[in-house]
Design a protein around this ligand. Structure first.
Ligand SMILES: C[S@@+](CC[C@H](N)C(=O)[O-])C[C@H]1O[C@@H](n2cnc3c(N)ncnc32)[C@H](O)[C@@H]1O
Length: 355
């Protein structure tokens, strides 16, 4: 039997039976001894994957501008909580805080919180952002009692899903068990009684994320109580759908999730319809755009032109960055920008995007 996380999980499965895909994801990402985020997260060109804030400073700058305009529209609350969930290496918050200097009073009013579970990433964030920000292990630890502006880029995709497969005999749950040689292997188990699943044709995979829906509900309830807006950007669907989206990334290559447990980043598509439905059930408003629509409405074209005017020698690089963030065959369409907001108010850029 192999060592590392695969060995640990194989021993656990031999004793206690197969794991749900959600349990497997949680172990791969957060196992304190071997989990990817607990021990070896590697963002950026030299690591395992690149995110939008690392593609270009324009991304964080436009989100900073969005936050500043939202704060003005909220009546310049002082204090308010400026929260980032899953801040990675701190680049996005660093670009946001640089940009909001254009809104006098914003930084002084902002009580800045980073919600982060990964010890190595917290250390990177501390190095980049220094004093003046605080950390929490969960959103519940961030004090309420003041309006909130929250951003989270590529957080939902880390939250675990369970997977169900429609067989000839009905729905079955996809689980991680062991093959004849004792290696991790996918298998099917009976669906627990009471699991609500939609109609579908045979062979289809359906993903259900209690954790993503719970975050939508938590954000919705908090925003209804304290006021504000949460901006969630991620790759995922904007209408209910089917399909196996579990994906492991190691050094920018897709790899077998079972062969690299804990060594690779493991993600799924965000289920925005479920997140928004949970937020609306708490009384919040919701809206959604593609990333390309959102960044275009915030003026990414003008920002790119200004950067090129300042540094004409960088025009090819800036053009490539713009293409990566905006093109339909890159991040522009697959990524969505979803907003959960106070009822009766439409945050900047989300006009006529209610969902
Ligand atoms: C894919 S990275 C995205 C980093 C950053 N937002 C960016 O765009 O570059 C996911 C981030 O979410 C954090 N994370 C994962 N699961 C989390 C959870 N349950 N609660 C809070 N943060 C979590 C990770 O440690 C990491 O900072």
């Amino acid at each position: 039997m192999s060592g590392g996380l695969a060995g640990k999980l194989a021993a656990q499965i031999a004793q206690g039976g197969p794991l749900t895909v959600a349990q497997f994801m949680t172990a791969c990402l957060h196992d304190p001894e071997y989990g990817y985020y607990a021990t070896r997260p590697a963002l950026g060109e030299g690591g395992d994957f690149v995110t939008a804030p690392l593609v270009s400073q324009m991304f964080g700058e436009l989100i900073g501008a969005w936050a500043a305009v939202a704060w003005e529209a909220m009546g310049r609350p002082d204090p308010f909580r400026l929260v980032e969930m899953g801040p990675g290496d701190g680049t996005l918050m660093s670009d946001v805080l640089r940009t909001v200097r254009m809104a006098p009073g914003f930084r002084e009013a902002a009580d800045v919180w980073l919600v982060e579970t990964s010890p190595p990433l917290r250390a990177l964030q501390r190095g980049r952002l220094g004093d003046g920000v605080r950390w929490a292990a969960s959103l519940a630890e961030v004090p309420g009692g003041a309006p909130m502006i929250l951003v989270a880029n590529e957080l939902l995709d880390c939250l675990p899903v369970r997977q169900f497969v429609r067989t000839a005999a009905g729905w079955a749950e996809q689980v991680v068990g062991l093959d004849a040689e004792g290696r991790l292997a996918f298998g099917l188990a009976a669906t627990p009684a009471g699991t609500l699943l939609p109609d579908a044709r045979e062979g289809v995979v359906y993903e259900q994320s209690a954790a993503q829906a719970a975050l939508g509900a938590e954000l919705g309830a908090r925003i209804v109580r304290d006021g504000g807006a949460a901006l969630l950007i991620d790759y995922g669907r904007d209408r209910p759908g089917f399909g196996d989206t579990l994906q492991a990334m190691l050094r920018h290559r897709k790899v077998d999730p079972l062969a690299h447990a804990g060594e690779a980043d493991l993600t799924v598509h965000a289920d925005f319809p479920a997140v928004m439905e949970a937020a609306r059930a708490e009384g919040a408003g919701t809206a959604i755009l593609t990333q390309a629509q959102f960044l275009a409405r915030l003026g990414i074209g003008e920002r790119a032109e200004a950067l090129v005017r300042a540094r004409p020698d960088k025009a090819p690089v800036i053009g490539r960055q713009l293409n990566r963030l905006m093109a339909a065959d890159q991040m522009g369409d697959l990524f969505k920008a979803c907003c959960i907001h106070s009822p009766g108010w439409t945050p900047p850029a989300f006009e006529e995007a209610d969902a």
